[in-house]
Each structure stands twice: as C-alpha cells, then as structure tokens.
Design a protein around this ligand. Structure first.
Ligand code: ADP
Length: 169
C-alpha cells in the first residue's frame, strides 16, 4: 500500500529518496520548482541532465515521460524529472499529466525509491487549474501499482494545499 501525505512547503527541503521535478523538455532548467531544485541541488544535477540530453534526448524529454538524475546537494538520492503538459482550453491533455505521475513512479520503482516527493506538476507556469491538477495527481497515484511506500505531495501555497487536501482527504 502506498500512503499519500501532504506537506505545505518547499520541495527542495524534503528528505526523501526521490524528489520529482516539474521540468521542461529541454532538461536544462527553468523557473518555478525546476529553478529551485537546480539552485539548491547544485551543478551536478544539470551536468547529469546534459549527459541525458546528449545520450538519449537530443530533441528533449517528451511530455509525460520521466527520467532520473543525481539529487546533487539535496537531501535525496535522486531527482526524477518529468515534463508536464501545458494546459489547453481546447484539448484534453489530462492523460499526459497522469502519465507524468505514473512514469515517475515507474522510474522510482526501477531505482528502488521508497519515498517520493511530488510538486503539483503543470499547475504553475504551465497553467493547469489547481483543483483538476490535484484530482489527476491523487487519482493517478491511487490507481498505480508501485513499491513506493510514501508519496508526499509538497504544495507551495495554501491554494495548492487545500486543493490536494480535498482530493486526498
Ligand atoms: P509547471 O511548469 O509544470 O507548471 P511550475 O514550477 O511553474 O511548473 O509550478 C508547479 C507547481 O510547483 C506550482 O504549484 C508552484 O507553485 C509550485 N512550486 C514552485 N516552487 C516550488 C517549490 N520550491 N517547492 C514546491 N512547489 C513549488
């Protein structure tokens, strides 16, 4: 059984096996949680990302997929980078958002991670409405078979925390 826990705070301060990053497909860093992870995790994460780009993802990590690097100076063993979909009014991209959670947990299982922290993927710059982002996140984790024992959603503000609490409660 996977336990879902909710924390209001900064994902870069978490002590877990793996921290999930809401990356962009370039894997070369960005704003929001991505920027915070690279800032606090130090240059080793970017160095790994560059290697992955060179070896596997020359045209970027596709949306909905996930890949792991070192966690550098973070209090974790790995960072799992996943690329959320940009929210669209006209297209239903929720399967891609669900895929981010499923693929991140698959990578976590491959690594042997037992505790995994997730941010609210796509719910920042990528514009996903928070309530819907929370529903997809919680439903997908609940319906995914995984050896991960704790999925910790780390929510940066009250709105995000409340939205996840309504789904997970
Ligand atoms: P995306 O591009 O996938 O939307 P963002 O980083 O812009 O990713 O935002 C995703 C969510 O992460 C937002 O709810 C944002 O408030 C939150 N966030 C930003 N910084 C942090 C952090 N240090 N820890 C946890 N969540 C964060």
């Amino acid at each position: 059984m996977t336990t879902i826990t909710l924390v209001r705070g900064d994902i870069t301060q978490q002590s877990v096996d793996a921290i999930v990053n809401a990356a962009n497909s370039s894997l070369l860093g960005g704003g929001g949680v991505d920027g915070a992870i690279h800032r606090r995790g130090g240059p080793a994460i970017l160095a790994d990302c560059r290697k992955l780009r060179a070896s596997h993802y020359g045209s970027g990590l596709p949306t909905g997929q996930a890949v792991a690097t070192t966690a550098g100076d973070l209090d974790a063993r790995w960072v799992i980078h996943t690329v959320g979909p940009v929210h669209s009014q006209s297209l239903d991209r929720s399967a891609l958002l669900a895929s981010c959670y499923r693929e991140s947990l698959r990578v976590a299982d491959e690594l042997g991670a037992r505790t995994v922290a997730f941010p609210a993927v796509s719910a920042g710059v990528y514009g996903w409405p928070m309530a819907d982002a929370a529903r997809i996140a919680v439903e997908t984790v609940r319906s995914t078979e995984t050896s991960v024992e704790e999925v910790r959603f780390v929510l940066f503000d009250d709105e995000a925390y409340q939205a996840f609490a309504e789904q997970a409660g």
